[in-house]
Every structure is written in C-alpha cells, then in structure tokens.
Design a protein around this ligand. Structure first.
Ligand code: FE2
Length: 238
C-alpha cells in the first residue's frame, strides 16, 4: 500500500517521488470539478452518487455499484472521519488533507483514506449513463492537439488502465497546456504532482471483479465506449 509511483502510460516517471513531495505542500487545488460539500471540513460526507445504482448497466451492474459506492467509498469516508478526529487535520477540507499528507509515510493512513474519498467522488462523475462516443468539440480539439486523435487518447487510457500493476487509477489530466494520460498506484492522485485531473478510471479489483472477474480490459473498454463522461472532462479542462 505504500508504493508511490505516478507513472506515465508509456514511461515510468522515476522522478515521481520528489515531484509529488515538492508539489504536495504547495499545491493549491482547484476544486471546480467537485461539488461544494468537498470543501467542508470533518465530518466529511459521502458525496451523492450522481445517478441510480443501476444506471450504468450493463457495463457496470447495480451489484458492483452497490458494493463499490455503498461499502468501499463509504468506508474510506468513515475511516477518514475517525482518523482526523481531534487531529491537526480535523478542520481542513478534504483537498488540503490530501496535499498536507502526500508523501509522508507516517500519515499514510490519513492520505490513503482522504485520497480514496476524493478519487471515488471524481470517478463517479467521470462516468454517466449513455456516455462514451464523441467528446464535445472543445475537448476534442484539445485531445487532437495533445494526442493526435481521439483513438490514440482512448488507447493510451486503456493501456494505462490495463497495465497498472495491482490497484490504482488511470487518469486523463491537464499538465500545463497539454493533456496527458497517467496512471497512479493505490490511492495516489495526480493533483499532488501539480497536474489537473480531467477524468479517471478506477482499476482496483473492487471496481470490476463481480462483473468481469480477471477481465480488466473488458471493464475498461466498457467504461471508455459506453460510460465515459467527456462533458465532465471538458468542465475540468479549463
Ligand atoms: Fe474503487
């Protein structure tokens, strides 16, 4: 659980540790992409699922969402509230807790639960019923400028999601004025490295195992083709 590699989809970012540590303390996070309640201090609330539990079927079943949202995501929020009670983090909003604890081994439990609470809220918004398809023109333009085409972007996202060893996340991010695909391990989140997340795919086994067992690639392709929320990515791209 302590592995900390923020990796490019094609090349390992060996400088990840120092980059995360350096950016972690200073990063002032933009929270346009998350709902206002994420700004609040403890007790942190489980953000509302933006659709019904069965709304992503058949790509992701209500059973998977029921466990993933109702047990796993809720568990991170509940754990976080217990961990920060009475500590220096009790009065900090979620994003500040993440940046304050990133890269600090002695605060790994707080970081892991705070980041997982944030990552999951972001993940639910990265999908929508009847998603996939063509991005809005403004996002498509940015994707073409950075990747050469939508297909290449989707392939990089799929490769990052499938090749992430063990638990983690595949992200479309804005890094300066370019869009990139990166993958992170465990609870790691690119915003501690100064990159702005646009959308994410959860590749922890709890995200797909009930529906797909070992077939992570089928889950990833289902998300990209049927569920990915390009409109949400565009909202975050500015
Ligand atoms: Fe998850």
């Amino acid at each position: 659980m302590n592995e900390r590699n923020t990796s490019n989809s094609s090349t390992e970012m060996g400088r990840g540790d120092s980059r995360i540590a350096a950016a972690g303390a200073a990063a002032e996070l933009s929270t346009d992409s998350l709902s206002r309640p994420a700004q609040k201090t403890a007790p942190h609330m489980l953000a509302r699922l933006p659709y019904a539990e069965n709304a992503l079927e058949p790509a992701i079943t209500a059973r998977t969402i029921g466990f993933h949202y109702g047990k796993h995501h809720k568990g991170y929020v509940d754990n976080l509230n217990k961990l920060v009670a009475g500590t220096e983090y009790a009065d900090l909003p979620l994003e500040k807790i993440i940046t304050a604890t990133a890269g600090r081994a002695e605060r790994a439990a707080v970081f892991n639960n705070a980041a997982q609470a944030w990552n999951h809220t972001f993940y639910w918004k990265s999908m929508r019923p009847k998603g996939g398809g063509e991005p809005p023109a403004a996002l498509k333009q940015k994707i073409e400028a950075s990747f050469g085409g939508l297909d290449t972007c989707k392939k990089e996202l799929a490769n990052a999601a499938v090749s992430q060893f063990g638990s983690g996340w595949a992200w479309l991010v804005r890094d300066g004025d370019k869009l990139r695909v990166v993958k992170t391990a465990n609870a790691e989140v690119p915003l501690t490295s100064g990159m702005k997340p646009l959308l994410v795919i959860d590749v922890w086994e709890h995200a797909y195992y009930l529906d797909y067992q070992n077939r992570r690639a089928d889950y990833v392709n289902g998300v990209l083709d049927k569920l990915i929320n390009w409109e949400f990515a565009l909202q975050n791209a500015g």
